[in-house]
Design a protein around this ligand. Structure first.
Ligand code: NAD
Ligand code: UDP
Ligand code: UDP
Length: 384
């Protein structure tokens, strides 16, 4: 049969329904929110490769059409520009929910704007507030609140409203729903390595909390829809992931170090560089996400590579595999930076039969060509 794909605002096209593919396997209709982003686009590649129909929903906040352009013209691929904060009507079998401004630079951007607005408005109030009518004051306060909400819109709202809408969609059509949560739900962990049973140590009012608490709320919503509305759900807690198509200047440590080494700039080590992270290559993550979606277990599951590195060690590896003459410079660290992070992946090993295969030294070289080409194009664009 054929099912239509509509939004409340427009007819977005149509996808073919469940069509038998080869022997024994039905073609699955899949939505990937955030599918034009780094992880999403690799997931889309693998889904299309195995014969699924894929609809990408993305508002291009951090994603790029270039990441999925190679599927344009493929009748099994469809791209919808849409913000998941708004409702949408589709008919699919599975929903991978990745949409979220995921790097610190992007998720801290909006709160910064909020503070600037607040300072501006405070000054304005000091000069103009006295002598204004009550009605005007009231309108002004409402306007101010709306303004702040709009500015804060991005991260928390995407995590909460976006996840709610995708869960509402899953509930209506009986689709399986997978949430890409994060190791950030563990905050600055007091347990090491982190197991899924650990409840975390998150500062609820810090600069990172729009992301951390947003994802924690998204996990809560996911479990509530499972318990309350019988939605079949999956939760992945993703640890730091790297690979081709990462945003060049998103401020994450791997993209920063690799881009800096290629540009012959010093690698910026924040703080003393002794904080640790565990880095996973993107294809390992995609395998884990698909194993989770197709398996029988809800999770949450840690999906990460247990190989743990200090930032100084990471800089050394980048130096080894990209440019032996690369240098480092120290910079002040950001607030609430977790001191260490390493996944315990026993649960995923046992129940999903999954574990990462690509160590950091093998994975880093796989992203260099992509970074080099994009940096070259950028430089040419600037006329360098
Ligand atoms: P990314 O920024 O490359 O991708 C996110 C995508 O979501 C982008 O294409 C962006 O345009 C889109 N998006 C953002 N807000 C949206 C909205 N309101 N409506 C529609 N689309 C929207 O990030 P990524 O690294 O690919 O992350 C994908 C998911 O994995 C995110 O949910 C992230 O929180 C999670 N995650 C990633 C990592 C990592 O290291 N990459 C670690 C933990 C969790
Ligand atoms: N939703 C959606 N697509 C659907 C079904 C629901 O975007 O196909 C949105 C809906 O607009 C709502 C959210 O998902 O904002 C939660 O839906 P649910 O039906 O669970 O809650 P309700 O609409 O009853 O508040
Ligand atoms: N970091 C760094 N130099 C950079 C960017 C980040 O030393 O140029 C550090 C950062 O302080 C943190 C670690 O690298 O301790 C990982 O940062 P990232 O933003 O990549 O991931 P997250 O903190 O979200 O795990």
């Amino acid at each position: 049969h054929t099912s239509t794909v509509t939004t409340p605002y427009r007819i977005a096209g149509s996808v073919t329904g469940r069509v038998p593919v080869g022997i024994g396997r039905k073609r699955t209709r899949v939505v990937v929110t955030g599918g034009a982003g780094f992880v999403g686009s690799h997931l889309v590649d693998k889904l299309i490769k195995r014969g699924d129909d894929v609809i990408v929903i993305d508002n291009f906040f951090t994603g790029r059409k270039e990441n999925v352009m190679h599927h344009f013209g493929n009748h099994r691929f469809e791209l919808i520009r849409h913000d998941v904060v708004e409702p949408i009507l589709l008919e699919v079998d599975q929903i991978y929910h990745l949409a979220c401004p995921a790097s610190p630079v992007h998720y801290k951007y909006n709160p910064v704007k909020t503070i600037i607005s607040f300072v501006y408005i405070s000054i304005w109030i000091e000069f103009d507030y006295e002598g204004t009518s009550d009605m005007f004051k009231c309108c002004f306060i409402i306007f101010f609140n709306l303004d702040v909400l709009e500015i804060l819109n991005c991260d928390y709202k995407t995590n909460v409203m976006g996840t709610l809408n995708m869960l509402g969609l899953a509930k209506r059509i009986g689709a399986k729903f997978l949430l890409t949560s994060t190791s950030e739900v563990y905050g600055d962990p007091l347990e090491h390595p982190q197991k899924e049973t650990y409840w975390g140590n998150v500062n609820p009012i810090g600069v990172r909390s729009c992301y951390d608490e947003g994802k924690r709320t998204a996990e809560t919503l996911t479990m509530d829809y499972h318990r309350g509305a019988d939605v079949e759900v999956r939760i992945a807690r993703i640890f730091n992931t790297y690979g081709p198509r990462m945003c060049l200047d998103d401020g994450r440590v791997v993209s920063n170090f690799v881009a800096q080494a290629i540009r012959k700039q010093p690698m910026t080590v924040y703080g003393d560089g002794k904080q640790t992270r565990s880095f996973q290559y993107v294809s390992d993550l995609v395998d884990g996400l698909m194993a989770l979606m197709d398996g029988d277990h809800i999770g949450p599951f840690n999906l990460g590579n247990p190989g743990e590195f200090t930032m100084l060690e990471l800089a050394e590896v980048v130096k080894e595999v990209i440019d032996p003459s690369a240098t480092i410079e120290f910079k002040a660290n950001t607030a609430d930076d977790p001191h260490k992070r390493k996944p315990d992946i026993s649960k995923a090993k046992e129940l999903l039969n999954w574990e990462p295969k690509i160590p950091l030294r093998d994975g880093l070289p796989l992203m260099v060509n992509d970074f080099r080409n994009r940096i070259l194009n950028e430089d040419e664009g600037k006329g360098n």
